[in-house]
Design a protein around this ligand. Structure first.
Ligand SMILES: Cc1ncc(C[n+]2csc(CCOP(=O)(O)OP(=O)(O)O)c2C)c(N)n1
Ligand SMILES: [Mg+2]
Length: 566
């Protein structure tokens, strides 16, 4: 059973698997370890293991397997399953189980694992105990094919296979040979392939929508968390003469997009100047409150989503178009025809972007000591072309959104599905394992501490260290809370929200055999990132900041940008 499932998934294209150690899972673990096409990592902590698999899957967009033994091990997968569910990340979750006769009997390490993750999986299968039947091979291979298809369904997401094994759990040399064939289809073909067309509108529907857009006097395209193929979205924006307001995690924050919208839209005067009559949105919920308000105030709000998901936390969207954004944007551009765009809003936005960028860069450049906004801006610029930047919730995410300048050649990854601060180290290491160029991670101190066990993977034998650079903004606690109303409750603030941990990150690095650098001056950061990438292995780069002055700096920036539009 173990060998057949793994072989079938490999035929579909699975290349990575993560295993957390245990005994009940041994048949599958051995099969994963022995398959030549599968790159395997072993991670002690199941929560870290599942986030490692999640990071690989986010980076490769391919289903990645994660396996654990029976009992509480399976429950430790739950946070990553939820993130995969909400971020539409394909994951194949194997939980090993006791056979039915041992369940609910007080047998050791046995819990109810059936549908453990509730509605958060695309498909659950109780695979059952392997039986020696002529039909078993077809059953197991078809099951693996279905798991693969479900993980890449509409929407993609996690699949849970609960696999029960009876003793003996490792190959028994006294076994008589298996009575039936276990081969897959010839030429390495999968057992059952699922072919899907891409969702879209028909010609008449495209025409109708294009006509509506051409009549708009003040439109905007807003790209939220994706990732998307950015070029078609840019082309449509240019064709219509509309601005493209691009969240970094859309993949569309490339030259020509608007990146300073969060600060700009905090200005009421600027907001009035650019008030839209149509907004086209792609991607998930918007972190920036000022951007969300901008969208909400538009009388017409169109969401394009391939899975027809109701991504509409403000309940204000009035049209959802079920289509692949890239394909639809190209179709709309073609329907809009040649000639000058009807709108010149793009130009006003580009001018405002230039102004805001100058103000922000001026304020950040004035300070020699490191700040959180500058760290976000500079780290996003410092990752070499073809590299990845993995960003933690919540201030690092917000600061990258607010301060990252548009650029090409950068893949951005974050756990935006459920916005947890958990599993961050492992997610970043998973991205690093996907072989997509140098990986840099930007995180707060608490996010790093939350998944310290993740570092166990980085020096995990026998593979050696993973190449990843962790930039840690250490403000000794949860900086986000200083922006929230609880900041006005000084008697409880530090204990309940600030939660300083006082950890020495150089010792943490030493414990895990990671390199360590402290950045004392703001302009040392790009060099520190480049140095870490050159050195290889997992390195920590600590940037110390303070929470209260960080709020002041953000407010200063917002006020200065607003002033320019008075
Ligand atoms: C699993 C999980 N637990 C708790 C939270 C709530 N939370 C959001 S941000 C945050 C503090 C993060 O601190 P840090 O990583 O140091 O980043 P900073 O806000 O200081 O930039 C907490 C506890 C969460 N999002 N996810
Ligand atoms: Mg912090």
């Amino acid at each position: 059973l173990g060998r057949v499932l793994v072989d079938e998934l490999a035929r579909h294209g699975m290349r990575h698997a993560v295993v957390a150690p245990g005994s009940r899972s041994a048949p599958l673990a051995l099969a994963l370890a022995e398959h030549p096409a599968i790159e395997l990592r072993v991670t002690l902590d199941e929560r870290s293991a599942s986030f490692l698999a999640l990071g690989i899957a986010k980076a490769t967009r391919l289903p990645t397997a994660v396996l654990c033994t029976s009992g509480t091990a399976a429950a430790n997968f739950h946070p990553a399953v939820l993130e995969a569910h909400h971020s539409r990340t394909p994951l194949i979750v194997f939980t090993a189980d006791r056979p039915p006769e041992l369940r609910d009997t007080g047998a050791s390490q046995t819990i109810d694992q059936l549908k453990l993750y509730g509605d958060s999986v695309r498909w659950f299968a109780e695979v059952g105990v392997p039986e020696e039947l002529a039909s078993s091979n077809g059953y197991w291979r078809s099951l693996a094919s279905r798991a693969w298809a479900a993980a890449q369904g509409s929407p993609p997401g996690p699949v849970h296979l609960n696999v029960a094994f009876r003793d003996p759990l490792v190959p028994d040399m006294t076994d008589v040979p298996y009575a039936f064939g276990l081969e897959g289809r010839p030429d390495g073909r999968p057992w059952t392939e699922l072919r899907r067309g891409s969702p879209g509108l028909d010609e008449r529907q495209v025409e109708e929508l294009a006509t509506e857009l051409s009549r708009a006097s003040a439109g905007a395209i807003v790209a939220g968390a994706g990732p998307f193929d950015a070029a078609p979205i840019h082309r449509l924006a240019r064709r219509l003469g509309w601005p493209l307001l691009a969240d970094p995690f859309s993949g569309a924050r490339t030259p020509g997009s608007i990146s300073t919208y969060d600060a700009l839209l905090r200005s009421e005067a600027f907001g009035k100047l650019v008030a839209p009559d149509v907004v086209i949105r792609v991607g998930a919920g918007l972190l920036s409150k000022s951007l969300a308000k901008f969208v909400e105030q538009s009388p017409r709000q169109i969401l394009i989503d391939r899975d027809a998901a109701f991504l509409d936390p403000r309940r204000s969207t009035d049209l959802i178009v079920a289509a692949e954004p890239a394909g639809l944007c190209d179709a709309l551009s073609a329907a809009a025809g040649e000639g000058d765009p009807a709108s010149d809003l793009h130009e006003s936005w580009i001018e405002a972007e230039r102004k805001a960028r100058t103000i922000i860069d001026g304020l950040l450049g004035d300070r020699a000591e490191p700040s959180e906004p500058r760290t976000a801006r500079d780290v996003a610029a410092a990752v070499p072309d073809g590299g990845s930047l993995v960003v933690a919730s919540s201030m690092p995410l917000r600061d990258v959104e607010s301060f990252m300048a548009p650029r090409d050649g950068l893949r951005l990854v974050a756990n935006r599905g459920a916005n947890g601060i958990d599993g961050f180290v492992s997610t970043a290491l998973g991205v690093a394992l996907s072989e997509g160029g140098p990986t840099v991670a930007l995180s707060g101190d608490l996010s790093i501490l939350h998944d310290q066990n993740g570092f166990l993977t980085s020096h995990g034998r026998p593979h050696g260290p993973i190449d990843a650079s962790f930039v840690v903004i250490n403000n000794d606690g949860g900086g986000i809370f200083s922006f929230l109303p609880q900041a006005r409750l000084p008697e409880h603030f530090e204990e309940l929200f600030g939660t300083p941990q006082g950890i020495d990150f150089s010792l943490l690095a030493r414990l895990h055999g990671c390199g360590y650098t402290a950045v004392e001056k703001a302009d040392e950061l790009p060099g520190a990132v480049a140095g870490s990438i050159d050195r290889g292995g997992t390195n920590l780069i600590e940037v110390r900041t303070e929470r209260a002055p960080n709020v002041d700096l953000h407010e200063e920036i917002w006020a200065a940008v607003a002033d320019a539009f008075r």
